[in-house]
Structures are given as C-alpha cells and as structure tokens.
Design a protein around this ligand. Structure first.
Ligand code: NAD
Length: 421
C-alpha cells in the first residue's frame, strides 16, 4: 500500500464499493459541464473549501449556469454542518469521516473542489480522477516527492480521460500577472538573471490539543503546524511565490540548497523560517525566502532582475516597451477566474490540466524544505529520476491512508536538526 499507484487501484475498488453501498449513480461518461447547472462536491469544508465554493458559485453566475451542491465531505461533522447550514444542504448530502471523500465521489457530482490539508491530496485526487470528475485542487498538492509524483501520474490519467484540472495558484489566473508574464516573454526586461521570491508573515493559526482528541483528530485539526499534513509553510504558503518564479522563468530549478530554523513555534514540528538558493542553471539563481514570525517585517511577492529591466510579480515593471495581445478575463478575481477557466475549457472540449504544473511547483518547495531540514543540496533529478536517492523515495511517515484504516503515529513536536535529520 506504500506505492501510490497500487494505492490508487485500492481506492478505485473501494470508491466503487462505496458507490454501490450508497446506491448513488456513478458518472461514467465525462461531463461537459454544459448543462443548466453544474453538480459540485466539496471535499474539505474549512476556510478554503467554503471560499472556493463561493468562488465557484460566482463563476457559475458569470457563465450563466447554476451551482448545485450534491455533496459536502469533511473529516469532522462540525465543519460539514457549518457549510451545509450556510447553503441549506440536506443531511443526506453531508458526509463525515476520513472516508467521506469516497462517498462524495460516489455521488453524481461532475466537479469536485478539493480543499483538505495537502497531505491527503494525492490520494483524494487520484480517487476523483478514477471516478471521472473534473477537479479544482487547492495548492499545494502533496507533502513529499512520492505524493507529488502520484499527482503527476493521476494528472496524466486525467488527460487521457478528458478531465479538467485547475489548481488554486491564483496568480496564474490574474490579469496583472498574466500581463507581466506576456511582457517578459516579449522581451520587456530581457533575460531574467536572478530574483527573490518571498512570503514573510506570521503563523496563520494554531489549534491547541483539546481533551478527548485522538492523535488523528489532533494532527488533523492542527494540520497547519505539522509537516506531514501541510508540507511546512515553505510548501503550504510560499509555493505561490515559487510557482511564479517557475512560471516567469519558464523552467524548473536544477537544485536547491537551503537552511532554516525554529525559535518560537510552540506546537507542531515545523521551522519558523527558510532561506533557499534555487539554482535555475545558466548562472541564474532565485532566492526563496519565507518566515512565519509575529512582530517581524512582512513582505509577500516576487522580484526578478533582467538584462534590460526588472519586474515585481504582477506589479511594477521597468525595461523596454513591448506590445502584447490584450488579455481579457471574465473576472478580476483570480480565485473566481480559476473556476471560469476550468469550466470554459471543458465546455470547449479542451480541458485545462494544471496537475503537472502544480505538482512540479509543490515538489520544488518540498525539495527546498528537505534541503533545509537536512542541510544537503538536493537536485531536481534526485526527486524525479534518481531512484537511488533517499530523497526520491522520501515519504512522510504519517500516511494519509492510515487515517482511514486506524490510528496514525503522532510525530514528535520538535523540528528536524540540519546535518542530523
Ligand atoms: N489558494 C489560496 O490562497 C489558499 C488559501 C488558504 C488555504 N489554501 C489551501 O487550501 C487547503 C485547505 O486550507 P484551509 O485554510 O481551508 O484549511 P482548514 O483547516 O480551514 O480546512 C481544511 C478542512 O479539511 C478537513 N479535512 C482534514 N482532513 C480531511 C480528510 N482526510 N478528509 C476530508 N476532510 C478533511 C478539515 O476538517 C477542515 O475542515 C490547503 O491546501 C491550503 O494550503 C489555499
């Protein structure tokens, strides 16, 4: 069961079994999302699941269709019922527990919003593709190299099945970023020779352990502070900025060499800060920097220096005047446009598929974290091709499937020690 592909076969079987039990119709032909309504399921009904559902509903409105909620799934009842109450969703469409995703996928949903902690994404995504659903997958999509490659593999299956996949990277669906990317491609700043990408802020939240919580419940409720479910903040949060670097440069880094540490965190097993040299080859280096420490200077963004100018992410640009084709988007909000792009691409018979792209950006962030945790330099080939590398086979010790089958082993609440980890 450690092999994600075998695991997928297992999920396939159990999802089908679940469908039979629930007596719900399975969607065998791929939906074209062109009916008078789109049947949607949400897996992970927390902050982003609720937000993404609202964004999806707004996208449907803009496109002149209706959103029909056919399933809400979450590990915990309080989360499902809160969202269900907001939208008046019937009890029989609410599913709870670690296997709730299977029940949601066994309904006749056409479109799935996935917003659980990223540690679960490879398993849930593979199951959704197996079940023939178009997927909106929140970033990041994995917490280890094995999971990232499983997402890439499921993305390939999605292509063969004609399924659309869009990731919650936001910036790739925003006009300001698309404009700057187009200008860079047209030569506005010349060749990119270096830059810095940053997410410096504070810890978004922590959940203290409550009496009566099992280890499973504690790590799931406090997932943002455990690498096994979040990937650490360099993956969970900073992946947005790393994704922009990969997009603007148009290539992946050759290697990562990072460091980081922890001084103040009171829960979980993550670092407070990371500083990583991403070597993109051809003597081009991008500094990836992220920090979650209250009371320190905050900056979130990307900056690139070119041979003829410079560019701040989706903002200010200096360099040559270039002309680019007009970019017209239906929504000025990237989080709404993501859904519009997914729906319209499927309707046009050319399903957008961002699985490989987001899995690669996730894996670059994971490679950066692993370099910082261990103190070793890690090459891209070590996580994608070199099967003898310990980093290639690295899999977080808390296996998402274990949540479904029993009790996980709670990791120690202490950070890794570089040079020893
Ligand atoms: N694009 C963005 O800007 C953005 C912003 C915030 C969060 N996110 C991403 O969205 C995802 C969710 O983040 P959030 O802020 O909504 O967290 P959250 O804790 O508010 O919600 C996560 C939900 O998933 C549920 N859950 C956990 N394990 C589950 C399982 N195995 N099966 C079903 N449900 C499960 C939790 O109970 C919770 O309700 C993360 O991947 C996060 O990185 C993206």
């Amino acid at each position: 069961m450690n092999d994600p592909l075998n695991r997928r076969k297992f999920i396939s079987t159990t999802a089908l079994a679940g469908a039979a039990i629930a007596g719900a119709p399975m969607l065998h032909g791929q939906s074209k999302l062109n009916g008078s309504s789109i049947k949607v399921a949400v897996i992970g009904c927390g902050g982003r699941g609720s937000g993404a559902l609202a964004n999806f509903m707004e996208a449907c409105k803009i496109l002149g269709t209706k959103a029909e909620i056919v399933a809400l799934a979450d590990a915990f009842d309080d989360r499902v019922s809160r969202l269900a109450k907001k939208h008046g969703v019937a009890k029989e469409l609410q599913f709870t527990g670690y296997e709730a995703y299977k029940k949601a996928l066994a309904t006749d949903c056409e479109y799935v919003i996935m917003a659980t902690p990223p540690g679960f994404r490879p398993v849930h995504f593979a199951a959704a593709i197996d079940a023939g659903k178009h997927c909106f997958i929140e970033k990041p999509v994995a917490v280890d190299p094995v999971g990232s490659r499983a997402v890439m593999a499921a993305g390939e299956i999605a292509k063969k099945k004609g399924l659309g996949v869009v990731a919650g990277t936001q910036r790739r669906h925003q006009k300001n970023y698309q404009t700057n990317k187009a200008k860079i491609d047209a030569g506005a700043i010349g060749e990119i020779r270096g830059g810095v990408v940053q997410w410096n802020g504070r810890i978004p939240w922590i959940k203290k352990r409550q009496e009566g919580w099992s280890d499973n419940e504690y790590i799931t409720r406090n997932w943002l502070n455990f690498t096994e479910l979040s990937g650490d903040h360099i993956v969970e949060q900073h992946v947005h900025n790393i994704d922009v670097a990969i997009w603007f440069l148009g290539r992946l880094p050759v290697s990562a060499l990072g460091f980081g540490g922890r001084s103040r965190r009171v829960t979980g097993n993550q670092f407070d800060f990371f500083s990583v040299d991403l070597n993109f080859g051809d003597d081009v280096h991008i500094h990836s920097q992220c920090r979650q420490l209250a009371g320190t200077y905050g900056r979130v963004g990307e900056m690139f220096t070119g041979t003829h100018g410079s560019c701040y992410g989706g903002g200010k640009m200096t360099g040559k005047d270039v002309s680019i084709a007009e970019i017209k988007l239906e929504s000025e909000h990237g989080m709404v446009q993501e859904h519009i792009d997914l729906i319209t691409s499927v309707r046009a018979g050319k399903p957008r598929n961002e699985a490989q792209q987001i899995a690669e950006s996730t894996l670059v962030a994971i490679m950066s974290r692993m370099s910082s945790y261990t103190g070793q330099m890690i090459r891209w080939v070590d996580v994608t091709e070199n099967k003898r590398s310990p980093f290639y086979n690295y899999k977080c010790q808390v296996d998402p499937i274990t949540f479904e089958t029993g009790s996980i082993k709670l990791p120690a609440e202490e950070p890794p020690i570089p040079g020893k980890a």
